[in-house]
Design a protein around this ligand. Structure first.
Ligand code: CS2
Length: 490
């Protein structure tokens, strides 16, 4: 079968949506850091709608900060790839043309810096995942001992970290008298814009206090809430999509139909009209973001650990299990009292829609994929709600069971004794804490609670939280995840 490329677009099957605009006339206006599936299924799809509507100066130059794999897949295709929107039996295919340049940062940091410093670049957006910000997840402060941050301070002209690239590119623009680009974080971090500003300004200040103050004062870092479920692409997806396209695509992306993007409208040097694609602009993104992080992502993480332990490979399988769907209802009932939803958002409707999204059997979203990097996710997904509930003396049983599920999972053996492949930037600390195994669950809970980057200083000593976690972990070890989930909802 022929490979997807600009020259072969006419070979696509007729039902496949294609760029339909002159890609050669599109110039880059956005540099994107983090060329993963999420970016390609979310912001790039929204930007594609803007290009289809006639804009020419908002092409995307995208960079991987680590692996060359995506560049290697997309380069021979001239940056083209298919996005497959899946719900039930329906699959809608669209070839996306928005990527107009591909970089691999470690191969050539200078080329990426040059693209970021170019006057035509007015936005630098990021999807580098939680750990890509090199911060302490509990406090939100820059992790100055992080190897990439130390590297970027020692050799700032050839950075490795996302904050390092932002600082050096902004320094160059300031020196050249070019207005700064707007920094648009699209990761699931609390107050992602303000957080990125704080981390970037801090790293800059460690180099040069003036530069730090300039970044803090002069650069726009709007907050965003991003939402679309995008599981990792499988070989089965590749084969099915190639057959449906009539052309081979080395790395298509697959996602649900639902997509939401709420953006704080602060772009001093302009922005694409993403409203064309359904993006919402809001003065305050926080109420959207808290609801999404704590309801969707919080439930996702709890379901990932407990579901995996109970033998569910995917979110859809877990959510189809009556024990887990009852657990989700009870979990959301614990979360909702601590949210102040934006006007027009009914949290009960939101929860009902989440349940049906989780049940989308057309998406094979692996529980092990969501389980990854738990140390970076727990604070904003579960622990923030737990702190709020503790303050008001409200129930935390399901939230605590989610935390205990993470602990049980982190020991690295499933309920049948098979090893779990753990992936987490704090793997060394976690393995140390888990080395003595499951024999004494209360002591295991204490050793994990003692990691301040996750639990801070308050939670490990909390007179309600600590014993609740110890008891939940003991139950999980004694009777397994499914029985514990059933007990929690009884
Ligand atoms: C998931 C998210 O992998 C994860 O941790 O919870 O990627 C989730 O699918 C997205 O945030 C949905 O918008």
């Amino acid at each position: 079968m022929m490979r997807l490329s600009g020259a072969k677009l006419t070979h696509l099957r007729p039902h496949v949506l294609r760029p339909g605009y002159d890609r050669a006339a599109v110039t880059p206006g956005i540099v994107h850091l983090g060329l993963g599936a999420f970016h390609r299924a979310h912001q790039a799809v929204m930007t594609e709608a803007v290009l289809r509507a006639g804009a020419r100066d908002w092409g995307i130059v995208a960079a991987s900060l680590r692996s060359p794999a995506t560049r290697n897949a997309l380069c021979p295709q001239g940056g083209l790839y298919a996005f497959a929107e899946r719900e039930g039996a329906a699959e809608r295919l669209q070839v996306i043309g928005a990527l107009r340049g591909l970089h691999v940062a470690p191969e050539d940091p200078e080329a990426l810096l040059a693209a970021m410093a170019a006057p035509a670049t007015r936005i630098v957006s990021l999807t580098v995942t939680e750990k890509g910000y090199c911060h302490d997840p509990a406090s939100g402060a820059l992790d100055e001992a992080h190897p990439d941050i130390r590297h970027d301070l020692a050799l700032p002209v050839a950075p490795r970290s996302a904050p390092g690239f932002l600082v050096e590119a902004l320094r160059r623009r300031r020196a050249a008298g070019t207005p700064p680009f707007t920094v648009l974080s699209c990761d699931n971090l609390p107050a992602n814009g303000a957080t990125t500003r704080r981390l970037t300004a801090r790293l800059a200040a460690l180099r040069d206090p003036d530069l730090g103050a300039w970044i803090a004062g002069e650069v726009a870092f709007p907050c965003t809430m991003v939402d679309r479920i995008v599981p990792a692409t499988t070989d089965e997806d590749r084969a099915r999509i190639a057959a449906a396209l009539g052309l081979q695509d080395a790395w298509p992306v697959v996602g649900e139909r639902f997509s939401q993007w709420v953006i704080e409208d602060h772009f001093p040097t302009g922005r694409p009209d993403w409203a064309i694609a359904g993006a919402e602009f809001a003065a305050d993104v926080a109420p959207f973001e808290l609801a999404k992080l704590r309801m969707l992502n919080g439930a996702h993480s709890a379901l990932a650990y407990l579901g995996y332990l109970a033998g569910h490979g995917t979110v859809a399988d877990a959510a189809a299990d009556p024990a887990f769907s009852a657990f989700l209802d009870a979990f959301w009932a614990e979360v909702m009292p601590h949210l102040a939803p934006p006007p027009g958002l009914d949290l009960h409707d939101y929860a009902a829609r989440l349940l049906s999204r989780f049940r989308n059997q057309a998406l094979r979203h692996q529980t092990s994929q969501i389980a990854m990097d738990g140390s970076q996710k727990l604070p904003q997904r579960l622990l923030g709600t737990i702190r709020a509930a503790l303050e008001q003396g409200r129930p935390i049983d399901c939230l605590v069971l989610g935390v205990a599920g993470w602990m049980r999972y982190t020991v690295g053996v499933d309920e049948g004794g098979a090893p779990i492949h753990l992936r987490d930037p704090l793997i060394t600390e976690l393995s140390q804490a888990c080395a003595p195994g499951l024999a004494d669950p209360a002591a295991l809970a204490d050793r994990l609670l003692a990691i301040p980057a996750i639990f801070g200083e308050d939670l490990p000593r909390h007179p309600v939280f600590r014993p609740a976690v110890q008891a939940a972990l003991a139950r999980l070890v004694a009777q397994g995840a499914r029985a514990s989930v059933l007990e929690a909802v009884r």
